[in-house]
Design a protein around this ligand. Structure first.
Ligand SMILES: Cc1cc2nc3c(=O)[nH]c(=O)nc-3n(C[C@H](O)[C@H](O)[C@H](O)COP(=O)(O)OP(=O)(O)OC[C@H]3O[C@@H](n4cnc5c(N)ncnc54)[C@H](O)[C@@H]3O)c2cc1C
Length: 429
């Protein structure tokens, strides 16, 4: 389950290895693993939360905090920069809701053990590629296990919508190892080069259909909940609660690494503020009109159901009468592996041609056609078994692909048949 279902999703959507993730994270974020199936999302989109929370607050936008001081007595001081101008704000209390990796630079007065904790907060940096296409595609999504090889963790075909002016897209997200390579080799703006070979394999007409590429690198996407992290967070939160200081930290790295975690952490910070006597707006030195606030709720986004193609045991039929007669499928998809039944190589008229070479070509063309239904093809072949009644020839197709090969001379129980070919392909490459 971890290898086939959990890890592919983790590697793909979060660029983490599930095996290196704290058990506390699963308990907090995976309701289906504890028998619940409903995930609640915000009806008006993510931004509606920020808009609702800020409704009665005064906001200073485009403002960078440079330094926070929260002495035991006297006002807290926050140095900020806005439109190139420096300013120092004074406050009774400060909530620092920035990524944990920034806290040490921002708050020089942190106690040593809190500094150590903040220094250990890590974020994953996923790289993604979006390829705009000039040809419509059907919705599809593939997750790749870590045994799959290649640089892609998730691959998506996203249909375009002419009415909404959106192009069809291919989307690929890197596996964690490829993210490290992008970062270490300075390729964060050339992610398309890292995935080019895999993308061409998954979408053979890539070069003809591509309009352009967009490389996306998110330096800090989600905090990494490494084993032992929950205990460290607990100790930090306990120290924060016990200190009765006037500086409070919150963010997803202190709860769990998603919006729900950020919200839970924010709720705790709001509770702390209320317990301290709430916020007195009249004393706020940076009053701005709410009219200036550009935060707006976006229109609701329609979701679509992706078609998942990796279904153990799902079969591909080509409609031959013998499929029902003998009870078999032309091909069976088993995760990343596709097994194709022995194929004889009849011509379009249903009769086997006389020439063994032509029979072999027909068989391979028929196998390739079946594989195309699963977004694969002969170029993914890893094993080939050939049963012949006398010598036949396959090198023309397989010279460059070089699957394993077994060839047996035997009898084939179909009149006129001289060759039967059985192929196994792997879509993991
Ligand atoms: C590409 C991407 C996709 C995601 N997808 C999902 C998803 O599908 N579902 C989900 O639940 N979660 C998702 N997340 C995670 C989710 O967005 C975060 O967990 C959540 O937004 C964290 O909120 P936060 O308030 O804790 O921190 P953040 O949203 O990181 O807010 C911290 C803020 O502090 C600001 N800041 C930093 N330093 C300073 C400074 N010196 N001065 C002033 N401001 C500063 C930053 O600009 C930032 O706005 C995704 C994240 C990313 C990046």
């Amino acid at each position: 389950m971890l290898e086939r279902m959990v890890n592919p999703v983790f590697r793909g959507t979060r660029s983490w290895d599930a095996g290196a993730t704290s058990a506390a994270f699963f308990a907090a974020t995976k309701p289906h693993m504890i028998g619940r199936s409903t995930v609640h999302v915000l009806k008006g989109g993510m931004n509606s939360l920020a808009a609702a929370l800020s409704r009665d607050l005064v906001l200073m936008l485009n403002t960078r905090a440079l330094r926070i001081e929260a002495p035991a007595s006297g006002p807290c001081r926050v140095e900020v920069e806005r439109d190139g101008q420096g300013e120092t704000l004074e406050a009774d209390r400060v909530v620092c809701a920035v990524e944990g990796g920034h806290a040490n630079a921002l708050v020089p007065g942190l106690a040593p053990e809190d500094r150590d904790f903040m220094a250990r907060v890590r974020y994953n940096p996923p790289g993604m590629v979006h390829v705009r296409l000039n040809r419509q595609v059907a919705a599809r999504m593939n997750f790749f296990t870590d045994r799959a090889g290649g640089a892609i963790a998730t691959y998506q075909k996203i249909p375009g919508n002419e009415a909404q002016g959106s192009h069809p897209l291919l989307y690929a997200q890197l596996i964690p190892e490829a993210n490290r390579r992008a970062r270490d080799e300075g390729m964060t703006d050339r992610i398309h080069e890292i995935v080019a070979k895999d993308l061409r394999r998954l979408y053979p007409t890539l070069d003809a259909d591509r309009v352009d590429d967009h490389n996306q690198w998110v330096a800090c996407m989600l905090p990494e909940f490494y084993p032992g992290c929950a205990a460290e967070v607990r100790r930090f939160l306990d120290r924060q609660a016990a200190s009765r200081g006037r500086l409070h930290f919150c963010c997803d790295y202190l709860a769990q690494a998603l919006v729900t975690g950020a919200a839970a952490s924010g709720k705790a910070a709001a509770g702390w503020l209320v317990a301290q006597g709430g916020i007195d707006h009249r004393r706020n030195p940076c009053v701005r009109s709410r009219k200036d606030c550009p935060v707006a709720c976006p229109a609701p986004v329609d979701s679509f159901r992706a078609e998942y193609v990796i279904m153990p045991g799902s079969g591909i039929r080509n409609g031959a009468p013998s499929e029902d007669f003998a009870g078999y499928a032309k091909a069976v998809i088993d995760g990343m592996t596709i097994h194709v039944s022995g194929t004889l190589g009849q011509g379009e008229d249903g009769q086997p041609p006389d020439d063994a070479g032509q029979k072999a070509r027909n068989a391979l063309a028929s196998i390739d056609k079946a594989l195309k239904q699963a977004e694969s093809g002969l170029t993914d072949a890893v094993a080939c078994r050939v049963y012949i009644t006398d010598a036949a020839w396959l090198g023309e197709v397989f010279r460059d692909i070089r699957p394993t090969n077994t060839m047996l001379i035997c009898q084939i129980p179909t009149q006129g048949a001289k060759v039967e070919i059985e192929i196994t392909v792997s879509r993991a490459g």
